[in-house]
Unconditional design. Structure first.
Length: 610
């Protein structure tokens, strides 16, 4: 990174807790105008590093230099407020400055905080995090240091924050697991790994490419060292009696070579697949369910209105929408935790839910990590005569044997969320319901979870604001738009955003008043939806032409074939037995295949909406 009078210069920083060394001899800098993303596995010291930079945490050795008179704004992962002060007092420290007051109100409104006189003690943890974010943005600092800024933001707020941070020449150092956010905002990626830091001058996509190159080069270096080590070891065993200067030099070089040869790069485990899951053909039927909540000074908040949905076997559904539109309430009604006002959920006899909630699980602080999981099961049956012990399962989610025998109180916030996830999966459910599973999980864990869900042979519902995660896991969406308006969209989040940007501005249209709210037909009621509305059926929907019907049928076959080919390529690339030439050919084919899939999927979506 640029070293000319940087905003922040960190030199040779070392931090440890007892025998645990978080990082050693850490050096990096942040120059004016740079937007830097800091990523690492849970428990490696990301939040600790930010606490050190804010002055709230000490360090063992090194130097931290901020440019003189630099104004720094810091967003903590779990901010603390006086519960008695109002929202406006909590984030407004410039009395008499009308411009700052107006900016405060504007940013708070964008973050869906509208009652500015409400005491902070009455706000949820997520709302308090948003007030803290507003507090940082209002001060307009020279350097923004943000710890998980997208947590507790809905998609609309996340996209607003992306635009805000991209405007102007703002300087930013940020910890986040949101890979879309990293891709769209950051120009430099810092990776904490092996107690040191690696710098990548590009966005998240660039980081992925260059990180793999770094790991491949390191593998090659260790392989070369091992080959030479065997030769030198033979020379050492002969133990020459008279060692001259040249021999002593060779002996010293041998010990340096031995250090390299014995290094181990932490390898990802083989892909975790559960095959011992059976679920019957009947999953659940949401039978014309309605739900509303009374509000003291406003109209009732409608969550569902005569909503019907028949959930199919092996579905992987994503649920998205702004905060307060009823996503979590829908999940709790499905699980029987909240009763509907009318209608019911008819659930199949074979369904076994595994529920990962936003609230998490309260652990006994004095229990060892391995014992938390063993209380559920000693092993998990993977099918085909294979099973994993509790310890092996934890290792798949990056808990080392040493960490497994630590007590829960030693875990970071992200590691606790990861342990909670392991307790849900160890119960071997056939229907996973995950409510905001990505909050506080590191990117490596997210990749493991994505792969697990892609291969999961049961049903999945995911409520999440993580766009990257949703694109990887789900095959269609329920979009909660508020006031009982729910759209069933046959595709992932990126496809939905592309489709929705082509639609007329819904805010200018009248809301739907009633109906069964069968989302797959809702948008056809809009007369501006398609210029070809002249050719309509008696029910007001345009008919597919004969040619379009044949095209739709062929697209379904083509997409199925392309997806099968993609799966074969991915398995071949991950298998470890493919030749170099074949890997090269498949690596060239894969992006072409993705482009073909995107093109055909978008055309299928266009036709399926008619």
């Amino acid at each position: 990174m640029a070293k000319e009078n940087p905003y922040l210069d960190v030199q040779h920083l070392t931090k440890s807790f007892g025998s645990l060394v978080l990082f050693r001899d850490l050096s990096f800098s942040v120059a004016e105008g740079q937007k830097v993303g800091l990523i690492a596995k849970n428990g490696t010291g990301k939040s600790t590093l930010l606490s050190i930079l804010s002055g709230k945490e000490g360090y063992d050795d090194g130097e931290i230099i901020f440019r003189r008179d630099l104004r720094v704004g810091m967003l903590e992962q779990s901010p603390v407020f006086d519960p008695m002060e109002s929202v406006l007092d909590a984030c407004f420290n410039h009395q008499g400055d009308l411009d700052k007051m107006l900016k405060a109100k504007q940013i708070l409104t964008q973050l869906k905080i509208r009652d500015l006189e409400q005491p902070m003690g009455q706000l949820s943890g997520g709302q308090q995090k948003r007030v803290a974010l507003a507090n940082v943005l209002i001060t307009d600092p020279d350097l923004l240091i943000l710890d998980e800024p997208t947590n507790h933001l809905d998609l609309e707020m996340i996209e607003w924050l992306e635009g805000y941070l991209n405007r102007g020449n703002k300087t930013l150092l940020m910890v986040t697991h949101d890979r879309f956010f990293l891709d769209r905002v950051c120009s430099v990626i810092l990776e904490l790994d092996d107690q040191t830091v690696y710098t990548y001058r590009g966005n998240y996509s660039y980081y992925l490419e260059k990180r793999q190159e770094r790991i491949d080069n390191r593998h090659a270096e260790i392989a070369r060292a091992n080959n030479l080590y065997r030769t030198e070891l033979e020379w050492m065993r002969r133990m020459p009696q008279a060692r001259g200067h040249k021999a002593r030099y060779r002996e010293e070089a041998f010990y340096e070579l031995e250090k390299v040869a014995k290094q181990r790069i932490e390898e990802r485990q083989v892909r975790l697949k559960s095959r011992n899951v059976y679920i019957g053909s009947k999953i659940f039927e949401c039978q014309y369910v309605s739900k509303a909540f009374e509000r003291a000074d406003a109209e009732p908040l409608t969550i569902l209105k005569d909503f019907y949905y028949n959930f199919s076997r092996f579905e992987k559904m994503g649920i998205v929408g702004n905060n307060g539109t009823g996503k979590s309430t829908f999940i709790k009604m499905l699980l029987g935790q909240v009763a509907p006002d009318s209608g019911k959920f008819d659930i199949g006899d074979t369904v076994r839910f595994g529920y990962f909630s936003q609230e998490g699980l309260q652990f006994d602080e004095q229990t060892k990590v391995i014992d938390v999981v063993k209380e559920i099961a000693d092993y998990i049956d993977m099918g085909g005569g294979k099973h994993l012990t509790a310890s092996q399962f934890l290792q798949h989610f990056m808990f080392t044997p040493e960490q497994q025998h630590n007590y829960v109180y030693k875990l970071s916030g992200g590691e606790r969320r990861k342990l909670y996830l392991c307790t849900v999966l160890m119960k071997n459910p056939n229907f996973l319901v995950l409510d905001e599973p990505t909050n506080d999980l590191d990117i490596v864990t997210l990749q493991i979870l994505e792969e697990y869900l892609q291969d999961f042979p049961g049903c999945v519902i995911v409520v999440s604001h993580d766009r990257y995660f949703m694109d990887k896991v789900v095959d269609h969406l329920l979009v909660f738009k508020g006031e009982g308006d729910i759209k069933d969209f046959p595709g992932n989040y990126t496809q939905y955003r592309a489709w929705s940007q082509l639609q007329p501005d819904e805010s200018k249209e009248k809301p739907k008043s009633n109906g069964a709210n069968r989302a797959n037909a809702s948008d056809n009621q809009n007369p501006a939806n398609n210029a070809a509305q002249a050719a309509t059926a008696p029910n007001g929907k345009r008919k597919l032409s004969y040619k379009e019907k044949r095209e739709l049928e062929q697209l379904e076959k083509d997409i199925e074939a392309l997806e099968a080919e993609k799966k074969q390529i991915e398995e071949a690339l991950c298998g470890g037995t493919t030749s170099v030439d074949e890997i090269t050919r498949l690596s060239k084919r894969l992006p072409q295949l993705n482009d073909e899939l995107d093109e055909k999927s978008m055309r299928w979506l266009e036709l399926s909406e008619i």
